[in-house]
Design a protein around this ligand. Structure first.
Ligand SMILES: *[C@@H]1O[C@H](CO)[C@@H](O)[C@H](O)[C@H]1NC(C)=O
Ligand SMILES: *[C@@H]1O[C@H](CO)[C@@H](O)[C@H](O)[C@H]1NC(C)=O
Length: 114
């Protein structure tokens, strides 16, 4: 009986550890209109981290911020934020729990229907 209890505990521990979901994220240096133009790959994140989507804008006199392209990768700190440095604006989104979810955040949302 003792051996059976021990075995059950081991099984429970195993289930708990493998239940921590690792999310697969898309990696891309230049992602535009739903397609990766440069530097395609995958990365995985454990709990706490997330898949990151970084939209790049540049300043344009006429329409202010103009969208240029998106970068996709994995991030240790999963949070959304914005940054303006000189004539470059960066808009960051983060997601987890769904494989390749970072392909469908920010500006890329517009091209999911294709
Ligand atoms: C990324 O993962 C997908 C799904 O597992 C796989 O089909 C694809 O070949 C991988 N791409 C790279 C560059 O490893
Ligand atoms: C926009 O992105 C391209 C890469 O796709 C880059 O070569 C170009 O310099 C960028 N334009 C601006 C104004 O930042």
């Amino acid at each position: 009986l003792d051996r059976f209890v021990l075995w059950m505990i081991l099984v429970l521990l195993y289930v708990c550890f493998s239940a921590a979901p690792a999310t697969l994220c898309k990696v891309c240096n230049i992602f535009k209109k739903g397609k990766c133009l440069q530097g395609e790959g995958n990365c995985t994140v454990e709990e706490g981290a997330g898949c990151r989507t970084t939209d790049m804008y540049f300043f344009h006199v006429r329409d202010e911020w103009r969208y240029n392209y998106t970068q996709l990768d994995c991030s240790d700190t999963c949070r959304a934020w914005k940054l303006i440095r000189g004539s470059l604006k960066v808009s960051i989104f983060c997601c987890k729990g769904q494989d390749f979810c970072n392909m469908y955040r920010g500006k890329s949302l517009r091209w999911t229907a294709q």
